[in-house]
Every structure is written in structure tokens, then in C-alpha cells.
Design a protein around this ligand. Structure first.
Ligand code: NAD
Length: 505
């Protein structure tokens, strides 16, 4: 079967030569809706070569021209983001409002990258030594690779490619094979915005494609987002091949609720952060740490808000969609089974959910359904706590003190996001200082930084030292150069008669 979703090279579709494909599924119905091409090494090289060929002309394209294309891309995206959201929902399953939210967060990075002329300004020192000036510039790297996960098929690539392209690099994007169509829609938008051939390319595939990106000498940097074991592999292999690598990994995000917190606000936040996008967010809260004697009341408030949620077809007014694949759905459900067997209390059980179709008549029987699941009395030795589950499962861990809660977070291998709920500014301030996590919310459950700050975790949530977008993103996609220059006095008399020295009168 020929693939309905092909690679994208030089502003056009490229079927590749491998003949290998993977099925694309609508998670709400379980139906196979298409096939995505899986590259062999020759296909990968053809895409990388196109990016390498396009680089010299793109790096020499003026900033004025580059930003004009970025502004056009931003306008087109803003006008037509509804189309992209529908594509995301049909392959990922998240509800359309969530899909629109992810596109908007990606758009913010495009808007940030429109300011690239300002962001690339260097420094200048006149007369560092007599008649010697020193200045700095930042230059693009070359062809760069972006390897992205299934859970944000538009936003995660957009954390990187607007900045990379604005800075003068050419891009090879390797999206997740589970929801690959968003990348092609974005590629067509770039063409419409006037991006020259070969500047933005898409390579579909699995480990074969990734390994070629990690080893090919033309690729100068790798921006990876996905699970921790693959992030670690990408970081080790990419750096061993002399590339600059930022590899963002998995997460287990904790929220602490202190006894003085507004429990209604905290309960609303936990429902959004635990179950939004079916928990398939790297910033989802999966561990709620209730401090002191508030746990019973807080759990009751969360359960009251969770029970009425509609799990169903993302194109209707559902609150939450299906999980991405049947295998993933079954794996998440098996963690709930294990938690129950280990003695945790299942307060709200999503395993028996009936999918909601909004009276559209769509048959959802074969969809990958698991409703929001709230589990109390979870302890740190249970697999439901130790592992990243990546589903709509919120575990409650009860502790007596703030110090115990902090210790839990700081001894966890991951360090992506965290939040504290309290009305005590002093406690919040201590937390922001003491917690070993890259992104911290204070009465904010999902503290995703704005595009002009940088996104990234600590510990097993990020390998490398550069976070995404913001100034760290600009630095990642450019190399600094310092220039020391000496010009002799003007020769000849082409300046006319000498003027008097400054300040002489
Ligand atoms: P994944 O690691 O399975 O896949 C990510 C990418 O790596 C995909 O493009 C995939 O094709 C490729 N890949 C998969 N197996 C590979 C292999 N053996 N060798 C080389 N490449 C391989 O991740 P996923 O399931 O698509 O996404 C979910 C994971 O991503 C979760 O762990 C989540 O926490 C994480 N994530 C992290 C962040 C963050 O900012 N830290 C953001 C989003 C998602």
C-alpha cells in the first residue's frame, strides 16, 4: 500500500523508496485512516541532503526577508489553525479545544521568532585596545534535526523550528509515526508563506530514520522530545557523533497542596492538570501530595468534579478524548489494576467508562477508552507511583509535613514540572527555592513558560543543558563568534581635511 502521508522535501511530497509504512489510527473509533511512510537510510539521506543543499542560500538570506516569511507563516497559521486542530484530534484523539490550545502555544513561539533581528544582536566594544574594536555575532549551525513525540504533534515541533529557521538553519523534522499528518500541514503552510525549497523538510520513520539523523555528518544539532530511555539514547549517540543535543525526556509531576490552600481552587486545578488531554501531557500532574489533615476533603472535592466529566469523541463537546493507541490504553489500565492490587483506594474508576459521542451516531465501540481515574492512599513503592503512566490517572499520596512532600519530589528521578497550592507566600517562596524541578507553578498547576522564557526540566527530564525556545533556544540554534578588528588610519586624503579632535572646543 502506498503511504497517504509521505516525506516532504524541497517543498513537495516525497514518497521515498522503502515501501515500508505504518498504519495511522483514529483513536476514537479504532479505525485505520491512512498509512505513513517509514524511511530507509537512503530516504533519510535524500531528505538530509536537501536540507544541506538549501543551507548556504538560507543562511545568507537577509533578516528582513526571513522575518517577512515568518510573519506570513504566523498570519496563515492564525487564520487556519482550526484545520490543524481537526487533524490533531483525528490522529491523537484530544478534544478540539485542547488541540487548538496546543496550536496557540506553538504560535507564540512563531511570534517570538519574528523578533529574531533583535535576538541576534551582538555586542560591540570600541577601542578595546588602541584602534582595536571587538564585537560578537551569532551564526546558524546548518541543517538541524527535530525529533518529536506523539502527544503534541504541532506544539512540540513548533518549540524548535520557528527559532531554528529564523536564525538561518535548515530543518529536518522527524515527527511521531502515531500522528504524522500535522507535520505535513505545517510544511504546506511554510510553502504558502514563501519559505524557499529545502529549508523545512519532514522525514517520517522509526529508529532507522532517527539513527541516520544522529549519525549523518551534515546534521549539526538534534532537538529531541520523548520518553526518557530514548532521550538518553539520543543524547548519548548524538553527542558521540559530535552534535549539539537537547533531549527532553519523561516526567512525573507532583503538586503539593498545603493545609492553608484554597481547596476548591486546588481541586479544579487537579482535575484540569490530571485529566486534561487524557493525562498525555509531559506537564500533567500525576501525583498529588496532600499535606496534613486536608486529604479527605480535597479528595472528595476532586471526585465530585471528576465524576461528571464526559470522556468521548474529541470532535464533540467531550471533556476528554481517548488514549492514543490500544496498546497504550491497555498499559495505563494495567497500572490501575496494579495500584488496586497493591492496596491503593480507587476513588473514581475510569476502566469502565462509556464513551460519549454527542449523539453524532459515530460508533465508538472500538476506541481506546479509559476515563479519568482517581486513586487515593498511594505509596511510593507502588508502580503506579514509581513509573510515568502518561494517562488520565491521578494518584494521591498523603504526608504530614511540607518537608516530607519536598523530599518526595526531590528524590524522584524526574524533574520536569511541579506546583504548590498555598496562600502562604513565605512557604511558596521556600518551595520555589528548594525544589529540584525545572518549571514551578505557584497556585498554577501547569506552569508552561511563555515562549520568551525557556521550556525544560531537570534530572531525567532533560539531557543536555539547553531548554527549548526563549534565549536558550536562540543560543542552541546559533554559534557565537567574537571578532577583533583593527583598521589603520584612513589612507590617502579621501576624507578631506582633518577635523579638530572631539572636545577640542
Ligand atoms: P517516544 O520516546 O516513544 O518517541 C519519541 C520519538 O522518538 C518519536 O519520534 C519516535 O518515533 C522516536 N523513537 C521511538 N522509539 C525509538 C527508538 N528506539 N530509537 C530511536 N527513536 C525512537 O515518546 P512518545 O511515546 O511519542 O511520547 C511520550 C513521551 O514523551 C512521554 O514520556 C512524555 O513525558 C515525553 N514528553 C516529554 C516532554 C518534555 O518536554 N519533557 C514533552 C512531551 C512529551
Amino acid at each position: 500500500m502506498s503511504a497517504s502521508v509521505t516525506h516532504w522535501v524541497n517543498n513537495k511530497s516525497f514518497p521515498g523508496t522503502s515501501g515500508a509504512t505504518a498504519p495511522i489510527t483514529n483513536p476514537a473509533t479504532g479505525a485505520v485512516t491512512g498509512e505513513v511512510a517509514l524511511a530507509n537510510v537512503e530516504d533519510a539521506r535524500a531528505v538530509i541532503d536537501a536540507a544541506a543543499t538549501a543551507f548556504p542560500a538560507w543562511r545568507d538570506t537577509s533578516l528582513a526577508k526571513r522575518t517577512a516569511i515568518l510573519f506570513r507563516f504566523r498570519e496563515l497559521l492564525n487564520e487556519r489553525k482550526g484545520e490543524l486542530a481537526q487533524i490533531i484530534t483525528s490522529e491523537h484523539g484530544k478534544v478540539v479545544s485542547d488541540a487548538l490550545g496546543e496550536v496557540s502555544r506553538g504560535q507564540e513561539v512563531v511570534e517570538f521568532a519574528c523578533g529574531i533581528p533583535h535576538l541576534l544582536k551582538g555586542g560591540f566594544t570600541e577601542n578595546a585596545s588602541t584602534k582595536v574594536d571587538v564585537f560578537s555575532i551569532r551564526q546558524p549551525l546548518g541543517p538541524v534535526a527535530i525529533i518529536s513525540p506523539f502527544n503534541f504533534p504541532a506544539m512540540v515541533p513548533m518549540w524548535f523550528f520557528p527559532v531554528a529557521i529564523a536564525a538561518g538553519n535548515t530543518v529536518v523534522l522527524k515527527p511521531s509515526e502515531k500522528d504524522p499528518s500535522a507535520s505535513l500541514w505545517l510544511a504546506e503552510l511554510w510553502r504558502e508563506a514563501g519559505l524557499p525549497d529545502g529549508v523545512f523538510n519532514v522525514l517520517h520513520g522509526d529508529k532507522t530514520a532517527v539513527d541516520e539523523l544522529l549519525e549523518n555528518r551534515s546534521i549539526k544539532s538534534v532537538s529531541f522530545v520523548g520518553s526518557t530511555p530514548i532521550a538518553q539514547y539520543v543524547y548519548a549517540t548524538g553527542t558521540a557523533n559530535g552534535k549539539r543535543v537537547q533531549a527532553l525526556g519523561g516526567a512525573k509531576n507532583h503538586a503539593i497542596v498545603l493545609p492553608d490552600a484554597d481547596l476548591d481552587l486546588a481541586a479544579d486545578a487537579m482535575v484540569n492538570a490530571g485529566f486534561g488531554s487524557a493525562g498525555e501531557r509531559c506537564m500533567a500532574i500525576s501525583a498529588l501530595v496532600a499535606v496534613g489533615d486536608i486529604a479527605d476533603e480535597l479528595v472528595a472535592k476532586i471526585a465530585e468534579r471528576t465524576t461528571p466529566l464526559k470522556t468521548g469523541d474529541g470532535t464533540t463537546d467531550s471533556d476528554m478524548g481517548p488514549l492514543v493507541t490500544r496498546a497504550h490504553r491497555d498499559k495505563v489500565a494495567s497500572y490501575v489494576d496494579a495500584g488496586e492490587a497493591d492496596g491503593a483506594t480507587i476513588v473514581v474508576d475510569g476502566r469502565t467508562v462509556t464513551a460519549y459521542n454527542g449523539d453524532t451516531g459515530t460508533d465508538l465501540t472500538d476506541g481506546f477508552w479509559l476515563g479519568p481515574t482517581l486513586i487515593d492512599n498511594v505509596t511510593t513503592d507502588m508502580s503506579i507511583y514509581t513509573d510515568e503512566i502518561f494517562g488520565p490517572v491521578l494518584s494521591v499520596i498523603r504526608v504530614d509535613t511540607y518537608d516530607q512532600a519536598l523530599e518526595l519530589i526531590n528524590s524522584n528521578p524526574y524533574g520536569n514540572g511541579t506546583a504548590i497550592f498555598t496562600n502562604d507566600g513565605g512557604a511558596a517562596r521556600r518551595f520555589q527555592n528548594e525544589v529540584e524541578v525545572g518549571m514551578v507553578g505557584i497556585n498554577v498547576p501547569i506552569p508552561v513558560p511563555m515562549a520568551y522564557y525557556s521550556f525544560g526540566g531537570w534530572k531525567a527530564s532533560l539531557f543536555g543543558d539547553s531548554h527549548a525556545h526563549g534565549t536558550e533556544g536562540v543560543n542552541f540554534f546559533t554559534r557565537g563568534k567574537a571578532i577583533t578588528s583593527r583598521w589603520l588610519d584612513p589612507s590617502g586624503n579621501n576624507l578631506g581635511p582633518a577635523r579638530s579632535a572631539p572636545g577640542a572646543n
